[in-house]
Design a protein around this ligand. Structure first.
Ligand code: KG4
Ligand code: ZN
Length: 424
């Protein structure tokens, strides 16, 4: 950890500067320690001379910001089906963020095919990194470090990003930083918003539905997680079952406002043991039973047919092939997932005395989730990532690497992909 110790003769003299420095250090995981003693410069500045103190204050802020903030980190992300690269300065200024999505490759299979994903990453990694450097007007020698996702994710996909990052770091003599993908999702929000710690982070994507306590210096404690499907996975499976496109989250999000969220009374999961854990398998089975109780084969066939000709139908095209009853079920399914997510996140936040709630990951794009969160009256603010930072991207990896850079936490050539890497 990098620590700056400032010594003050008179308490309060440099408080403005200290607050600014404290804020910028906190954002990158640093800590400010203040001693009562003021150690003046070699010339022995007079501490009660306001002009001198103003100059000193400006100089302190400037020099500390320069030390920590003019650091450009190249982030590389390849854990699933997006090849992404980004250059982020100071842990929060996104200079470029390039994402090559493989959705069109996997869509026809209704989910990610690992072998195809690795092959697509291999194809995309060089042009994507090159474009991220170009768009940010950055040369490799301008970089402070290269950050790469170590896991969790598909091992073949992770390997492509890690091998490329290691090779680049080795050849250019750059530092390498290993980042946990889930920590990246948290930093997609923390790096862009005034998130006060301790915070409760709900990471909700195609692979995760996890609740973490985030403490000072970005220390994490796992409070609850899904025992079966992730919430995004439930969206994807329900969409696939009903003949909608992959990924399922965006299409259900788009169609749900056209249905009645109270039409199908799905029950909420009751958890034995840790009541902050999630489960979506019961809800998924209830959707399956609902479809089995009706003969939906004709409408599902029509939707699959539509997808054959048009991989990305518009909302009107979907509405034309989706009866009211199905729209009601989709709206009710989404409403139930949102209730599950928010009630446990709010309970966990209360338990840890959170000062902010962070909701991140692909499902955080969901419009109804954002509306429901905003309508929940809570004594602390809720922060979401911008839509571009919700789904997988490399800016979040570069941002998460910045506190590690400041602490000197570097990886070396022994870095290996870890498919099940835990954050806490
Ligand atoms: O974070 P992400 O891009 O990749 C993983 O780390 O999994 O999340 C992808 C997941 C998919 O399951 C997708 O269906 C879901 O996020 N998703 C959504 C929405 N957009 C993406 N779920 C609900 N509503 C959305 N608008
Ligand atoms: Zn993700």
């Amino acid at each position: 950890m990098v620590e700056f110790s400032l010594f003050l003769g008179r308490k309060g003299l440099l408080f403005f500067a200290l607050n600014e420095i404290r804020h910028s250090l906190l954002r990158c995981g640093g800590r400010l320690e203040v001693s009562d003693r003021f150690r003046s410069g070699a010339g022995g500045d007079k501490v009660d001379d306001l002009q001198v103190n103003r100059a000193r204050r400006a100089h302190l802020v400037f020099s500390i910001q320069r030390k920590l903030e003019a650091v450009r980190i190249l982030g590389i992300e390849s854990s699933c089906d997006e090849t992404a690269a980004s250059v982020v300065e100071d842990g929060s200024r996104i200079l470029s963020s390039v994402v090559a999505s493989q959705i069109s490759t996997h869509a026809r299979y209704g989910g990610v095919v690992p072998e195809l994903a690795s092959r697509e990453h291999l194809r995309a990694i060089v042009p994507v990194v090159r474009l991220a450097l170009e768009q940010s007007d950055t040369r490799l020698e301008d970089l402070g470090a290269i950050a790469v996702t170590q896991g969790p994710g598909l091992v073949g996909s992770l390997l492509v990003g890690i091998t490329y990052a290691k090779a680049l770091a080795l050849v250019r003599g750059l530092s390498l930083i290993a980042v946990n993908h889930i920590e990246g999702h948290i930093h997609a929000v923390v790096s862009q918003n005034p998130v006060e710690l301790p915070a409760l982070a709900l990471v909700v994507s195609g692979g995760h539905t996890h609740l973490y306590e985030v403490r000072e210096n970005f220390l994490y404690r796992l409070l609850g997680k899904t025992r079966d499907d992730a919430a995004g996975e439930a969206f994807d499976k329900v969409a696939k079952l009903l003949g909608f496109s992959y990924p399922g989250g965006p299409v259900i999000d788009m169609l749900a406002p056209h249905g009645d969220p109270h039409a199908v009374p799905f029950t909420l999961a009751k958890m034995k043991g840790n009541t902050l854990d999630f489960s979506f398998s019961g809800l998924k089975t209830a959707v399956l039973r609902w479809t089995e109780a009706r003969d939906l084969s004709a409408e599902v066939a029509v939707r699959r047919e539509l997808l054959q000709h048009n991989p990305q139908p518009s909302v009107d095209e979907w509405l034309a092939v989706t009866p009211r009853e199905t729209l009601d079920m989709l709206a009710s399914f989404q409403h139930t997932v949102i209730r599950e997510l928010l009630r446990r996140a709010v309970k966990a936040a209360e338990e840890i005395g959170a000062r902010s709630l962070v909701i991140s990951g692909g499902v955080a794009c969901n419009a109804a989730l954002r509306i429901a969160a905003a309508a929940t009256r809570l004594p602390y603010p809720i922060f979401f990532p911008t839509p571009g930072l919700s789904t997988d991207n490399a800016a979040m990896i570069a941002a998460a690497a910045f506190p590690k850079f400041a602490r000197g936490e570097f990886a070396d050539s022994t870095l290996r992909a870890q498919a099940n890497l835990a954050l806490a």
